[in-house]
Write a protein that binds this ligand. Structure first.
Ligand SMILES: Nc1nc2c(ncn2[C@@H]2O[C@H](COP(=O)(O)OP(=O)(O)OP(=O)(O)O)[C@@H](O)[C@H]2O)c(=O)[nH]1
Ligand SMILES: [Mg+2]
Length: 457
């Protein structure tokens, strides 16, 4: 079915490295290689066996460009399922680009983003969830994130989806019989085991949808805003979590005026920490912009670290911020615990999670990290019992639609409406599941998936 042109790209990162790899995939891979590669063994490129690495030179206009190792992987046993050649050359920017240029001159086309992986998908070697796992693996920021992507790459999600589809297909087979041969049981209720199938699909879809919150956090991190009035020690707190002097700290209120963002890793979950300007009424134009940004951050954040100075009585400004954050997910940090305690924290009725620290003296920081970790994981554990975690909003949307279709089916059955209606919703549910794995796909969908890839993957 597929006749694709031959594509090429540099697959290693742009810059200087020990080696660089120029990758070629398609019918003409070996033909192109034969025009530019002279083996030391004297073999012609077309004679090279699959899964071999071959030593020689890239030669252009009679001049040796680089000494290289070339791997040959013949269809269908390659990443793309097509004939593939990988030229391992010296990793300078110019060398790799020169070799790519020569490859293109000899008949290949520059590959689009993710086009190699797209071909692996088109060739049927992987499904869409696995292709998406490739990009997640490349961009993973923590070990947890690697684990989840690796599970998907191995096909865990793909298998789960096909298991759900099988359950629905059983139901569909029954429904079709009832529709086609009405005399054989139009008034019979749906058999128990098929009702159970539907219930199981519903439950699994629901669990997977719930796992998305956790998945998203594992993949993208938890946006954590450090907020409080000026001078309570927000920047000091950021620095102590980062274990470096990242933000400027002074005794002058209004030191931080911009948003400072850094990622830390707490037990495998990335925390995107955002230090903000202290919130107060101010005439200073620059500081005021910072204050507005801080207020926006309160809206955007998944978690708020509300910092108070424990060595002072609460001030009006603290109460103003409290009003903005009291109904959000908040951990309260009572800073400056190295000094005498003056704050009456009980008065802030809604603040439940409270930790005393001294950012300056480095007291209570580890305890705070543990508190943050258990706070962000606790709610996830109750919300997700499915061992497979989804991290992709596309998957979540399709699962939501599947769940809705199954709900409709239950309604139809309860109300005793005709089986034709069940058939329609079953089809929708099955189509939505097929969209996740890419069995049903449109050009738009594929563009959307592969646009996030890098060239050369
Ligand atoms: N004693 C004591 N002083 C602290 C502590 N944490 C911060 N400070 C001091 O408090 C002052 C303000 O600290 P910052 O971290 O700049 O406070 P901030 O909340 O970022 O202030 P703005 O950026 O102005 O909003 C500095 O002089 C710090 O040295 C602490 O735990 N104990
Ligand atoms: Mg600051």
């Amino acid at each position: 079915m597929k006749i694709f042109d031959t594509i090429a790209a540099i697959s290693t990162a742009n810059g200087e490295g020990g080696i660089g790899i120029v990758r070629i995939s398609g019918d003409k891979s070996l033909e192109i290689l034969s025009k530019i590669f002279v083996t030391k063994s004297g073999k012609k490129a077309e004679e090279l066996k699959s899964h071999t690495i071959n030593y020689g030179n890239i030669v252009h206009n009679g001049k040796i460009i680089d000494e290289v190792l070339v791997s040959v992987m013949l269809a269908p046993r390659s990443y793309t399922t097509e004939n593939m050649v990988e030229i391992n050359c010296h990793g300078g920017y110019l060398v790799t680009h020169k070799i790519l240029e020569i490859v293109l001159e000899n008949g290949a086309r520059a590959a689009d983003k993710g086009e190699f992986t797209k071909r692996a998908f088109m060739g049927g070697r992987i499904d869409l969830t696995q292709a998406e796992a490739v990009i997640d693996l490349i961009t993973a920021k923590t070990e947890k994130s690697i684990t989840v992507s690796a599970d998907h790459l191995r096909g865990d999600l793909k298998e789960k989806i096909s298991e759900l589809k099988k359950k629905l297909l059983d139901v569909a087979a029954h429904v079709n019989v009832v529709i086609d041969y009405p005399e054989e049981g139009i008034d019979e209720p749906m058999p128990e085991h098929l009702i159970n199938n539907l219930k199981e699909v519903y439950k699994s879809a629901d669990n997977l949808i719930k796992s998305y919150n956790k998945g998203k956090k594992i993949k993208e991190g938890i946006k954590t805003a450090i907020v409080g009035r000026p001078n309570v020690g927000k920047s000091s707190l950021l620095n102590s979590l980062l274990k470096e002097e990242r933000a400027i700290v002074t005794h002058i209120p209004g030191t931080t005026r911009d948003i400072i963002e850094e990622v830390i890793n707490i037990n495998g979950i990335p925390l995107v920490l955002v230090d903000t300007a202290g919130i107060r009424e101010t005439e200073d134009i620059v500081e005021n912009i910072g204050v507005e940004k801080s207020k926006e951050m309160i809206e955007k954040a998944d978690l708020i670290l509300f910092v108070l100075d424990s060595s002072q009585k609460a001030e009006e400004e603290d109460w103003v911020i409290y009003d903005k954050i009291k109904n959000k997910k908040v951990i309260t940090i009572l800073n400056k615990c190295d000094k005498e305690k003056k704050i009456e924290i009980e008065k802030f009725e809604k603040l439940k999670e409270i930790i005393y620290i001294s950012a300056k003296e480095n007291i209570g920081i580890e305890n705070m990290e543990e508190k943050i970790y258990s706070f962000i994981t606790e709610e996830e554990i109750e919300s997700s019992s499915e061992e497979i975690i989804i991290t992709n909003s596309r998957h979540r949307a399709a699962l939501e639609r599947t769940k809705k279709s199954v709900e409709n089916i239950f309604e139809t059955i309860e109300n005793g409406f005709p089986m034709d209606l069940v058939a329609v919703d079953l089809r929708d549910a099955l189509d939505n599941l097929s969209e996740i794995t890419g069995e049903i796909s449109t050009e738009d969908l594929l563009d959307h998936v592969f646009k996030n890839f890098c060239v050369g993957k």
